[in-house]
Design a protein around this ligand. Structure first.
Ligand SMILES: Cc1cc2nc3c(=O)[nH]c(=O)nc-3n(C[C@H](O)[C@H](O)[C@H](O)COP(=O)(O)OP(=O)(O)OC[C@H]3O[C@@H](n4cnc5c(N)ncnc54)[C@H](O)[C@@H]3O)c2cc1C
Length: 513
């Protein structure tokens, strides 16, 4: 339905919240427009001028970690350009969102460019009386700050809402008022806070302005891969969009949750697979929390109750990483623990790196994970840890190189969780695994994929057991269809520990100067 152009207009800017249910900005925009107003819903493909948002900006991070090294960050606060798999997801998620909006009378307007210009210009174009968005906690909030002041200068109200985190970073702090650096007390503090608010229902109708608002054609954004079209595995695996996210959540509650204690076994389909849906905000953590919480109050018992608590704590890790990025905007570029700046990374061997990226290292569990990633845009969490550890510790490749590959290939690539987890594996992050913990892919496979079902699925040419032991005679296949390991796991483990000692010696030397 359309309203006359003189009516009040709300501009709702959707970002990582591509949903109708539990969308406070959308609800507030509709309410503010009232019975006589109209609502314009926009998504902006952000292409900011990075120089406009230099790091570091004034934030608590500088108090939190104020060493000189952390100040000279080469990056900017501009939103991080999406990787290939995320662009694929975004295309389909926007398509789904546009169709849901149309079903209740709305339209999705698409614009591209620097949001700091695009949003104020669009607000003027549609005579917006207010602009509404849900808050983000990445470095790109610097962009939001600029927009807010530009809008206010021209007399337009800007309103932002909590929608994408259960606990905004500044609401959870230690007794002395500093951010948590260790997960367990962080999550305990979260759990002692008031229960997360109930999710909001989806709006039933939206009124658009009488005059249609110009929109880009989604296909002109070229988000989908062409020549080659590498997305067939993504299409087989995923259905982006709000409806699919809700279906995933229901399926997890019905089937996965009861077996979630087996979440470390990659051949078991017990994990929720919600990460890309959460990443793009097709479902909110409030919806997930309340669905699980209501199940545990009414239906669950025994093991399932423990599983529910564990699952919610994984949602907690997502929040924890968001909080880390909030306070440490350099998370993707810099070691959180400065002593790692002296780590003697090896000069990257392009052949070894390629073998890792393409799942041809000759280490079956690592290769299975990397092939799963390439084909489906996702990798099981346990295998992510093993594959990352292999790159960092057995190949001595700087974690930032692995992080960039995951950023490009994961459909759930997240500005906080990706570098946060890479730094966790590297040992350079907050609450990280100690560097001397080197995942042994053979032991990990024996423990978590004992029948080698997962390995067989992704590395069918491998003949041997899960621990990487070749079947009799299969040694002759080395150099054949499945390669021999590109490095010796035991020797490289020793080399990694020696490199770690070298780094610590530099620290001790510097400390003694
Ligand atoms: C090297 C490495 C890189 C990673 N990069 C990302 C990333 O870019 N984006 C991402 O969402 N997760 C990342 N993870 C965390 C984790 O692997 C995925 O969240 C998980 O595999 C997603 O599958 P799921 O939805 O079935 O998880 P479930 O087990 O069902 O967990 C439910 C939700 O909890 C959250 N979650 C679970 N584990 C973690 C974790 N360790 N850190 C943060 N959130 C978590 C996710 O939102 C997930 O959807 C990474 C882990 C590693 C080791």
């Amino acid at each position: 339905m359309s309203k006359p152009d003189s009516s009040p207009v709300s501009l709702v800017w959707l970002r990582n919240d591509l949903r109708l249910e539990d969308n406070p900005a959308l609800v507030a925009g509709i309410e503010a427009a009232g019975d006589h107003g109209a609502v314009v819903v926009v998504y902006v493909l952000e292409e900011p001028d990075a120089a406009e948002y230099p790091l570091p900006f004034q934030s608590a991070s500088q108090e939190e970690n104020s060493e000189e090294a952390r100040q000279s960050v080469p990056n900017s606060n501009a939103p991080r350009p999406l990787g290939g798999a995320s662009r694929w997801w975004l295309h389909h998620s926007l398509t789904a969102l546009a169709s849901s909006l149309r079903a209740i009378g709305g339209e999705l307007v698409l614009r591209r460019g620097n949001a700091a210009s695009v949003i104020p210009e669009l607000a003027h174009e549609v005579n917006a009386t207010g602009v509404y968005w849900n808050r983000r906690y990445t470095n790109a909030r610097a962009v939001d700050g600029v927009i807010k002041s530009r809008l206010r200068t021209s007399g337009i109200d800007a309103h932002s809402f909590q929608a994408n985190l259960l606990h905004e970073p500044w609401t959870v702090s230690t007794g002395s008022g500093t951010p948590f650096r260790v997960f367990t007390p962080y999550w305990r503090a979260c759990l002692s806070r008031p229960l997360p608010r109930a999710p909001l229902p989806a709006p039933e109708r939206i009124t658009t302005p009488l005059t249609a608002v110009a929109s880009d054609d989604l296909s002109s954004w070229n988000l989908l891969p062409q020549n080659p079209d590498w997305a067939s595995g993504l299409r087989e695996t995923w259905q982006p969009g709000e409806q699919a996210a809700l279906t995933r959540l229901s399926a997890f509650l019905e089937v996965g949750l009861a077996s979630y204690h087996r979440r470390d076994e990659p051949s078991e389909a017990v994990n929720s697979m919600l990460s890309p849906h959460l990443r793009f905000g097709e479902i909110s953590p409030f919806q997930v929390w309340h669905a699980v919480d209501s199940a545990r109050r009414t239906e669950l018992s025994g093991q399932s109750l423990d599983n529910a608590a564990k699952f919610l704590s994984e949602i907690g890790w997502r929040e924890f990483n968001a909080s880390i990025l909030f306070y440490m905007p350099y998370l993707r570029d810099q070691n959180v623990r400065p002593e790692f700046d002296a780590f003697p990374w090896k000069e990257t061997d392009p052949h070894q790196l390629k073998a890792w990226q393409t799942g041809q290292t000759g280490v079956p569990l690592v290769d299975a994970g990397m092939r799963e990633l390439w084909h489906t845009g996702i990798m099981h969490n346990r295998v992510r840890m093993v594959a990352a550890s292999f790159l960092i510790k057995n190949l001595l490749v700087d974690w930032r190189i692995g992080e960039a590959w995951f950023w490009d290939t994961l459909v759930d690539a997240d500005e906080a969780s990706n570098p946060g987890n890479w730094q966790w594996v590297a040992g350079s992050g907050v609450d990280a695994a100690p560097y001397f913990r080197v995942f042994n892919p053979e032991t990990q496979a024996k423990k978590f994929d004992p029948e080698a079902h997962y390995i067989q699925r992704w590395v069918p040419e491998f003949e041997g057991d899960a621990a990487g032991k070749r079947a009799p005679g299969a040694e002759t296949l080395f150099g054949g269809s499945y390669p021999a390991p590109i490095v010796d796991l035991r020797e490289t483990r020793v080399a990694a520990l020696a490199a770690y000692d070298e780094m610590r010696a530099v620290g001790l030397y510097r400390g003694s100067q």
